[in-house]
Write a protein that binds this ligand. Structure first.
Ligand SMILES: [Zn+2]
Length: 213
């Protein structure tokens, strides 16, 4: 099966462009190892690449992505937990200083949850995963007369807050927060506008970055 042509072309552009400019940095990172200060927990959505949105260079962001940027609650049950493994590595080995939960507008995972979508396969992996959003839906409250798009945005933002709450259920996160050695943040990317908003921890409101500067 042929490798996707688009990826071959993209790699050629990378190797003639960015790689040439950053070859030394890649070599240094290979020898010294990575030491990113920021971990991003984002959505798998192809429109919301953290490295693109934050204009990050190699070695700057430690990224884990999943459907709807969900952090499950701490559960040391012996099962395989991808986000928890990434958190463990990010905190214990890399000693990241910040964790950013990056949510976004038009999130398919959040929409599937809100619409109580039918399973896409007998395994219903999305359904089971998205059930982790139940507390977020409770935080968002009833839709009432709210337009559907506004309700989805509210749910997307409540889902970020819920992931932040779940982060705090991890004992090492709680300890590092208490010692002031870690900060956790919520951010929301408007896909159509390109606008990034940061969650105000005191009010829970998402404030556009443009009004921060
Ligand atoms: Zn998404």
């Amino acid at each position: 099966m042929p490798f996707p042509q688009r990826l071959l072309e993209g790699y050629r552009d990378f190797s003639h462009g960015r790689l040439r400019l950053e070859q030394d940095r890649y070599r240094e990172l290979a020898e010294a190892g990575q030491a990113p200060e920021v971990m991003v927990i984002g959505c798998s959505d192809s429109r919301v690449s953290p490295e693109v949105i934050f204009d990050a260079r190699p070695g700057e962001l430690f990224v884990v992505r999943n459907v709807a940027n969900i952090v499950p609650p701490y559960a040391p049950d012996g099962h395989a937990h991808g986000v928890s493994a990434a958190l463990e590595f990010g905190l214990a080995a890399l000693k990241v200083k910040h964790i950013v939960v990056l949510g976004h507008a038009h999130c398919g995972g959040v929409k599937a949850f809100a619409e109580k979508a039918e399973p896409l396969s007998p395994g219903d992996f999305i359904g089971n995963w998205m059930r982790l959003m139940t507390p977020a839906a409770q935080k968002a409250g009833p839709r009432q007369a709210m337009p559907w798009a506004d309700y989805l945005a509210r749910l997307e933002q409540a889902n970020i807050a819920n992931s932040l709450d779940n982060l705090k259920t991890f004992p090492n996160v709680e300890q590092l927060l208490a010692r002031g050695e870690l900060r956790i943040h919520g951010a929301y990317f408007g896909v159509a506008t390109g606008e990034l908003s940061i969650r105000d921890a005191a009010t829970g409101e998402f404030v556009p970055v443009t009004s921060h500067t």
